[in-house]
Design a protein around this ligand. Structure first.
Ligand code: GLA
Length: 451
């Protein structure tokens, strides 16, 4: 008991240093963009073995995922064995040699992630770090670990016990939790090895407001995801309003990806991936990488979608409009553009319209103004395009649809925004500044709108 209070007092005293820790993490280049990689839990859960982890590392390389940015290979819960008399934690029989496994991962140009809890036990009831924080941090560093997911689990029991002992201090659990996370951040820093610190406490006590101050590079904002549309959508669309808490070095984490695990349709997985990209969420694949269909690969490895997630501006997107099942989300991008998701949460195809001027993206007149073939049906013009667009003016294309091209008073065409359908790579044409797209059930049309 006395020990626990000492831990708490030290932890709170260290709070002032937290901003400096965050800066150190950024200087070390930790999580400048949302971490990308693979985690064992969503597919393998408690069955994960050393061979599964090696297979995942090999598949990251062979599939091209590593080169697309997926570099962390994270072992989740159930690797832990017993502590020896010196307090050093050993692996269980599923993992023979973590140092060798770390080398195997690093030899492939990948990074190594591990899992523990600030409580005495992990969520799957394996040995965890309570009372052994520095010993465990040193052990991880000796194995070459680059990433730690630290999952609250049984530490909650200690918080509840303290709350029961001190009904006069309603914040005691929260203070203990912050101190516990800060303690491990300190322990990791003392190893001298840059280690990404992933807080996992399911979004309790508005973790987004203090996760960075206890040295978190990312923090889970929700309970566990599942491989079904309802759960994924509840979590993903539930992120509205959290954008201001994320940024380079410190990210909101709506949990790992389920793409490729088999219980959602391709449209639903594209919704999952698009929403996570708009949210600047960590992209941790959670499927069996050694058995991926071409469709799964195409969803996980769409470079233009990944570029939205990893955009160097590092601003999380947010919901900009909602009308029943139809939602529009947008994310500012470097270069002045925006990524926009037109989402249909309903069970039948629906048409969504986006008024481009609502986005606040300012069109530039430059050499990139190029003719775009309009979508024209039955003689109804649905678009107009220009060439040139510089100071020397422009030429309205002499095509059947050119007669409706708007010409400004000065005789120059208005500069146009460049709109691309991110999943297909095709240009999208607006009608008088409005883009209208059919969006499949539970699906998305993801757009990139550039000046
Ligand atoms: C919790 C976490 C999951 C996973 C399991 C492991 O439920 O939220 O992501 O790490 O524990 O036991």
């Amino acid at each position: 008991m006395a020990n626990r209070w000492l831990v708490l007092a030290i932890g709170l005293a260290m709070c002032g240093a937290a901003g400096a820790q965050r800066d150190m993490a950024l200087e070390a280049g930790l999580a400048k963009t949302p971490p990308m990689g693979w985690n064992s839990w969503n597919h393998f859960a408690g069955r994960v073995t050393e061979q599964d982890v090696k297979d995942a590392a090999d598949a990251l390389v062979a599939s091209g995922m590593r080169d697309a940015g997926y570099v962390y290979v994270n072992i989740d819960d159930t690797w832990e064995g017993e502590r020896d008399p010196q307090g050093v934690l050993h692996t269980n029989k599923k993992f023979s040699n973590m140092k060798a496994l770390g080398k195997y991962i690093h030899a492939r140009g990948l990074k190594f992630g591990i899992y523990s809890s600030p409580g005495p036990q992990t969520c799957a009831r394996y040995a965890a770090s309570y009372g052994y924080e520095q010993k465990d941090a040193d052990l991880y560093a000796s194995w070459g670990v680059d990433y730690l997911k630290y999952d609250l689990c049984s530490y909650r029991m200690l918080m509840l016990a303290a709350q029961a002992d001190h009904p006069d201090d309603p914040d005691i659990g929260n203070k203990m939790m912050k101190a516990a996370y800060l303690k491990m951040r300190e322990a990791l820093d003392k190893t001298g090895r840059p280690i990404v610190f992933s807080l996992c406490q399911y979004g309790e006590d508005d973790v987004w407001k203090w996760g960075a101050d206890v040295g978190g590079n990312l923090w889970r904002t929700t309970g566990d995801i599942q491989d079904n549309y309802d759960r994924m959508a509840k979590i993903g669309f539930g992120q509205a309003g959290l954008a201001k808490y994320a940024g380079p070095g410190h990210w909101n984490d709506p949990d790992m990806l389920e793409v490729g695990n088999g219980r959602m349709t391709a449209d639903e997985y594209r919704t999952h991936m698009s929403l996570w990209a708009l949210l600047a969420a960590p992209l941790l694949a959670g499927n069996d990488l050694s058995k991926m269909t071409p469709e799964t690969k195409s969803i996980l490895m769409n470079k233009a979608v990944i570029a939205i997630d990893q955009d160097r501006l590092g601003v999380q997107g947010d919901r900009v409009s909602q009308d029943g099942d139809l939602e529009i989300w947008s994310k500012p991008l470097s270069g002045g553009g925006k990524a926009v998701g037109l989402f249909n949460r309903g069970t039948a195809t629906a048409s969504l319209s986006l008024t481009l001027s609502d986005l606040g993206v300012v069109a530039r007149r430059d050499a990139r103004q190029r003719p775009v073939a309009p979508a024209s049906t039955d003689g109804v013009v649905t678009g107009a395009s220009y060439v040139g667009g510089s100071e020397v003016g422009f030429r309205v294309l002499s095509t059947p649809w050119s007669k409706t091209a708007s010409v400004s008073a000065s005789g120059r065409a208005p500069a146009r925004l460049h709109v691309t359908n991110v999943w297909t790579g095709s240009p999208v044409v607006d009608v008088n500044g409005v883009v209208t797209e059919p969006v499949p059930a539970h699906g998305v049309v993801l757009l990139r709108v550039e000046p």
